[in-house]
Write a protein that binds this ligand. Structure first.
Ligand SMILES: [Cu+2]
Length: 300
């Protein structure tokens, strides 16, 4: 019994520091590079920090707010097909709010809380930007501009926004909703789980090949100046189009899985082979004529 108790105590003692583990804080080690740009060597960065300068149109700071935003794979689990997400997708503040954001990255990759569309005279490139290589926490402060506007907040690491790490921040009433905010607005490109990617690609390719060719109507020509050649050209064009349409299903099968560039390369290859064949035939014809010249034009 005593033994069991001591084992239990040992487990509690050893797990306590793990349970109490906090995210690494970047704040104390940040180096100020000026213009509100702070960073450290451990992957923490703040850009567009502004705790004092009022944006034009703000007479004073309307209120001070602090939020904590968590970022990580686990927050995307409730959004089918998404990979990364913030724990909050929508923020709303009064104009001229002094906002401090504590950004907690819970993944073992790099994430950002990047806000766009801010006035450029105050925020470099119109951005306020927190970045942390996780798991870690970083904090920054900005003063929101006046007026009703919806700002994009996202993670700019390649594909992280497309995979769900996207939110909107409305100042005042905002000016509409942004698309593809997980759980808030409809996706611009919705995932389709009914078919595999290869099947979808082949279908798109076949549809592109089957699409009726765009025929640009010829400019109207006065009847008297119509050339006799015109009918021949349009006849050849029609035959070409008909052949193309007939060949399309065959080609669609043939080109299944090929990229457009590969299809073009293949067609050029065919053309080259055809021209080579014609040149060869012509060459033979000339030789034939040459060798029979004597017979055709007997010497005197
Ligand atoms: Cu990210």
């Amino acid at each position: 019994m005593v033994k069991l108790l001591s084992v239990g105590m040992l487990i509690v003692l050893f797990s306590a520091p793990i349970m109490a583990q906090e995210y690494e804080e970047h704040d104390s080690m940040l180096m100020d590079h000026g213009d509100g740009h702070l960073m450290d060597m451990a992957g923490g960065m703040v850009m567009g920090q502004n705790a004092d300068t009022l944006p034009g149109g703000c007479d004073s700071i309307s209120e001070s707010k602090e939020i904590t935003v968590h970022a990580g794979h686990k927050y995307a689990e409730k959004f089918p097909g998404r990979m990364y997400a913030f724990d909050t997708q929508e923020f709303n503040f009064k104009p001229c709010t002094k906002l401090t954001v504590h950004f907690v990255n819970e993944d073992n990759v790099r994430h950002q809380w990047m806000m766009h569309g801010l006035p450029k005279y105050l925020y470099p490139k119109g951005m306020f930007h927190l970045e942390a290589t996780g798991p870690s926490k970083i904090s920054g402060t900005l003063i929101l501009p006046p007026g009703d506007k919806t700002y994009l907040v996202h993670c700019d690491i390649a594909q992280h926004m497309e995979k769900g790490m996207k939110a909107q921040l409305k100042v005042g009433k905002g000016d509409g909703d942004l698309p593809s905010i997980p759980g808030v607005t409809a996706y611009v490109v919705a995932d389709d789980y009914k078919a595999t990617l290869l099947e979808l690609a082949a279908k798109a390719e076949a549809e592109a090949l089957m699409a009726p060719p765009v025929v640009v109507p010829a400019a109207p020509v006065p009847a008297k100046t119509v050339q006799p050649d015109d009918s021949v050209i349009s006849g050849v064009t029609v035959i070409g189009l008909a052949l193309g349409l007939l060949a399309a299903p065959f080609l669609a099968r043939k080109f299944k899985g090929l990229s457009p560039a590969e299809v073009v390369a293949y067609v050029f290859d065919l053309l080259r082979a055809f021209i080579e064949l014609m040149v060869k035939l012509l060459h033979r014809l000339i030789n034939l004529v040459g060798s029979n010249k004597n017979k055709i034009l007997p010497e005197k």
